[in-house]
Design a protein around this ligand. Structure first.
Ligand code: FES
Length: 117
């Protein structure tokens, strides 16, 4: 895949993601699902480990994304699967700045970046 950028990438306008929903974006060749949870933005790998559904088509409940196929839940903060042990997904640092959502897909010097493997 080549080396990934260490800097955050602007992935979409923040007002393009209604509260409680997600959006699929591509960051450095990875499909990433970005969610708006009460005005805070979170980014996780888009693929559900159960049967491969796009998590961007899911919805937000109590700080977790609910998979649209069989309703497994993944914490937005760190990608931890609340439904099944050992099925955590990668979560990426993100922030809203200047009307855009920015996502880190690699750990930069100083510690911001992916929070789960
Ligand atoms: S594909 Fe996500 S819970 Fe089954």
């Amino acid at each position: 895949m080549g080396s990934l950028p260490r800097n955050p990438q602007p992935v979409c306008r923040s007002d393009a993601i209604p509260e409680g929903t997600g959006r699929l974006v591509r960051v450095s060749g990875r499909e990433v699902a970005v969610f708006n949870d009460g005005g805070r933005f979170f980014a996780v790998l888009d693929r559900c480990p159960h049967a491969g559904a796009s998590l961007a088509r899911g919805w937000v409940e109590e700080g977790a994304v609910v998979c649209p196929l069989h309703r497994w839940r993944f914490r937005l903060e760190d990608g931890r699967c609340e439904s099944q042990g050992g099925e955590d997904i990668p979560a990426f640092s993100s922030e809203e700045r200047g009307g855009w959502v920015w996502v880190w897909v690699e750990e930069p010097p100083g510690g911001r970046g992916p929070r789960a493997k």
